[in-house]
Design a protein around this ligand. Structure first.
Ligand code: ADP
Ligand code: MG
Length: 259
C-alpha cells in the first residue's frame, strides 16, 4: 500500500517542528486591491491547518500563490528549503511536490477515473502506465473506489469525484496537500465522505492546508486555525483557542455566523 506519510519524524533534532510550508510576509495585490497584506504563517509536518475567512478574504489567492499559479508582489513562500517565490526556481519541479484539489471541475469528463488519476503521473512524472496504474489502483482501493476505475466521472457522485481528485493529488506522495473548499460544491449529504477521507489522510501523517467553511470539521480535525480578515492573519492558533476562547469581537462574530 502506498505510503502517504513521508519518512522521518515531525521534529528536527532540536525538537522544533519541521516546517513544510512557510509563508513569510506575503503581499498580493490585484491593481489597487491588496488581497494579502503581509501574511505570515507556517504549516508543520503532519499538521492539518484550516484556512478560514469570509468569502473574498484571499484564501484561494493564497493557495494559488503557494501553487505558483499567482505570483506574490512581496514576501516569500518556502516549501521545505525551497523559496518558491524565487523566479529562478523550476516551478514544474516544485509543483510536483504539492498536491492540489479545488472546489470543482477537478476531473476530465472524457477520461475514465483511472486515466484521470494516472494522467499527471504519466505526463509530468513520466511514470510508466503500469506503475501509474498500480499506484492509482492502490489509492482507489483504499477509499473503496477501485471498482469504479473504468467509469467516467459523470457516473460518480460529487463526493466520489472529489475523493478521486484527492487520489490524483496524492499520486506523487506530495509533501503538502492544498485543499481549496473541496466540499463547497457538494450536496450536504456528500460532504461527510470527503471530510472523512481528509481525516484518514491526517491520521496517515499527511500535511494539509485546507480552505474550508466546514467549521465543525475544522474544530474537530484541524491542528491549527488560520483566520484571514481584510488581508491579514486575524487569528492563528488551536481550534479551542481560536474558535472557543476568542476575545476579538470580529472573530467571535465570524464564528457565530456559522451557528
Ligand atoms: P476567497 O477564496 O477567500 O473567497 P479569493 O482569494 O478568491 O477569496 O479573492 C480575494 C479577493 O481577490 C477578492 O476581492 C477577489 O475579487 C480578488 N481576486 C481574486 N482573483 C483575482 C484576479 N485574478 N483578478 C483580480 N482580482 C482577483
Ligand atoms: Mg476561494
Amino acid at each position: 500500500m502506498p505510503d502517504i506519510a513521508h519518512e522521518g519524524t515531525a521534529t528536527t533534532q532540536g525538537g522544533a517542528p519541521q516546517k513544510v510550508l512557510r509563508i513569510d510576509n506575503v503581499v498580493k495585490r490585484f491593481g489597487d486591491n491588496v488581497v494579502l497584506d503581509h501574511i505570515s504563517f507556517d504549516v508543520n509536518k503532519h499538521e492539518v491547518v484550516a484556512l478560514l475567512g469570509p468569502s473574498g478574504s484571499g484564501k484561494s489567492t493564497l493557495m494559488k500563490c503557494v501553487n505558483m499559479l499567482e505570483r506574490v508582489n512581496d514576501g516569500q513562500i518556502w516549501l521545505g528549503e525551497t523559496d518558491i517565490t524565487d523566479p529562478r526556481i523550476n516551478q514544474d519541479e516544485c509543483r510536483k511536490r504539492i498536491g492540489v484539489v479545488f472546489q470543482q471541475f477537478n476531473l476530465f469528463p472524457h477520461m475514465t477515473v483511472l486515466n484521470n488519476v494516472t494522467l499527471a503521473a504519466r505526463k509530468v512524472f513520466k511514470w510508466s502506465r503500469a506503475d501509474a496504474e498500480e499506484k492509482a489502483m492502490a489509492l482507489l482501493k483504499r477509499i473503496g473506489m477501485d471498482q469504479k476505475a473504468r467509469e467516467y466521472p459523470d457516473r460518480l457522485s460529487g463526493g466520489q469525484q472529489q475523493r478521486v481528485a484527492i487520489c490524483r493529488a496524492l499520486m506523487g506522495d506530495p509533501e503538502l496537500l492544498l485543499l481549496d473548499e473541496v466540499t463547497s460544491a457538494l450536496d450536504p449529504m456528500l460532504v461527510g465522505e470527503v471530510l472523512e477521507m481528509v481525516s484518514e489522510l491526517k491520521d496517515q501523517g499527511a500535511t494539509i492546508l485546507m480552505a474550508t467553511h466546514e467549521m465543525s470539521f475544522a474544530h474537530k480535525a484541524a491542528d491549527r486555525i488560520v483566520l484571514l480578515r481584510r488581508g491579514k492573519v486575524a487569528e492563528n492558533g488551536t481550534p479551542a483557542d481560536v474558535m472557543d476562547k476568542a476575545t476579538d469581537p470580529e472573530t467571535r462574530a465570524f464564528f457565530h455566523s456559522y451557528n
